[in-house]
Design a binder for this molecule. Structure first.
Ligand SMILES: Cc1cc2nc3c(=O)[nH]c(=O)nc-3n(C[C@H](O)[C@H](O)[C@H](O)COP(=O)(O)O)c2cc1C
Length: 194
């Protein structure tokens, strides 16, 4: 059972009124009811530049908020990433954040033979994605390619496992009842710490 959970809120709009925020809040309330320690990184509230070169990625300066995010993630047992699907993938702000955070010395580092050392083993994650299209369309017509890329190329490549996922589709047309069910599901997942 994880003890420390970090929610990475990837919605670029910080007004807090979006489904992504409601899901994160529901998850958090469940987790706290189970006595897990919950910390939240709200990417929309952070200020950082985009990585602009391989040299920058390897050795460039990290803003204090990125060092702080790395410290919070390093001291977590479980991560919840929440974001809306924008143009088929995560919003650019979240991608920019992940490029800043998942640097070589933090997440995965090649040794002399080119083999990557996974630096975040021992942690698990869940990714929640909201989207305008039906979730089945994203999963089967589009192959959920961007989600797989995040899971395999970033999270699992860093040693984070298992990585679970929750997709919430047709968000603009679902009934109030369905939305309430989603929030209850998020609360249950938080309570289970998974
Ligand atoms: C810039 C932008 C791009 C979007 N692109 C997609 C898309 O490619 N596929 C899709 O299913 N929905 C797309 N949507 C709809 C959002 O995924 C949907 O509004 C969001 O998941 C709702 O969650 P929220 O209330 O947390 O914002 C897009 C919305 C915006 C604003």
């Amino acid at each position: 059972m994880p003890h420390r959970i970090t929610i990475i809120q990837g919605h670029p709009d910080s007004d807090g009124e979006h489904l992504c925020h409601a899901l994160a809040n529901a998850y958090r309330s469940g987790a706290e009811a189970s006595d897990f320690e919950v910390r939240v990184i709200n990417v929309a509230n952070l200020s950082f530049p985009l990585i602009s070169s391989a040299e920058d990625f390897k050795n460039g300066p990290r803003p204090a908020c990125i060092r702080e995010a790395q410290s919070v993630i390093r001291t977590s047992d479980h991560l919840l990433l929440v974001y809306p699907l924008w143009l088929g993938t995560m919003p650019a702000l979240l991608k920019g954040f992940l490029e800043q955070v998942f640097r070589y010395d933090f997440a995965f580092e090649p040794d002399a033979s080119g083999r990557f050392e996974k630096k975040l083993t021992g942690r698990s994650a869940r990714v929640m994605v909201t989207m305008g299209m039906p979730a089945l369309g994203y999963r089967y017509y589009f192959g959920a390619h961007s989600l797989k890329s995040l899971e395999r190329n970033v999270l699992k490549f860093s040693g984070i496992s298992p990585v679970r996922e929750s997709l919430f589709g047709a968000v603009d047309s679902v009934s109030h009842k369905t939305r309430q069910k989603w929030l209850q599901r998020a609360t249950r997942l938080g309570a289970a710490g998974r």
